[in-house]
Ligand binder design. Sequence first.
Ligand code: PSU
Ligand code: MN
Length: 303
Amino acid sequence: MTLFTLSPEVATAIDAGKPIVALESTIITHGMPWPQNVEMARKVEDVIRQGGAVPATIAVLEGELCIGLTDDQLMQLAQAKNVAKLSRADLAVCMATGGNGATTVAATMIAAHLAGIAVFATGGIGGVHKGAEDSFDISADLGELAQTPVTVVAAGAKAILDLPKTLEVLETGGVPVIVVGQDELPAFWSRQSGLAAPLRLDTAAEIAAAHLKRAALGIPGGQLIANPIPAAHEIPRDQMLPVIEQATSEAEAKGIAGKEVTPFLLARIFEITEGRSLAANIELVLNNARLAAEIACEMVKQG
Ligand code: PSU
Ligand code: MN
């Protein structure tokens, strides 16, 4: 039973032992509106190629786990309606029933690891939602980081979350949260969070070495690399806090729950900020892709 299908570009890269960076697809289908979503997806792939690595965007199309998408497949996915949001819980059901689905951070890590890809770039991981003490809404992304050996480059956890609790759960799961270039955890659209960086490394070479050392020690799980959004593109924390507050109380009033929470909040914040949050989101993803390509190149060199 073949478990996944490689795009021609990714198949060639694997055969040649080239550096590869995995990319998720929920950010395309549930995180950003058309047509900015497909523009972002293409730009991210190009940035990775410019960095000397090969991009592998991951999704389930008609039940097939695709590692690497052609431009046609990317276009179709970005415009499709009713694409399922696939986390660890949903992946096998979608594949078994021939469905279409976009992979979250958790499901993308599973697929990347299956294909031997160790580095993955995204925007921001899921985490512990505000009010989780009542809702129990804690993203499966955190558990995945604790068990699957993929280095995930993000701009921190999305700032719509309860960041202190998210850090606590990551620590409990033994996940290194490594901030790049500063001593404060970044908060997705903003460089500041008010929280200290649990760990700090400033070079791709050190991040790759830490990944390889962890594997050599036999410690399961991955690393979360928190890469601050470039200053020129950030929306400062004091501007974001009231926006997040407003969107969160609207979600609560409307009874939004489960998988819909994150897409609802991102879409609502896009409206409240008149598109500024999306512009920042795209820039931070590109910045993460750049670093991920560097890390992937280092891993090939050091491995
Ligand atoms: N990063 C973004 N936008 C997104 C996501 C990440 O810039 O939409 C997605 C990822 O797929 C992540 C998911 O896994 O949001 C988290 O969803 P939840 O909170 O329901 O676990
Ligand atoms: Mn959730």
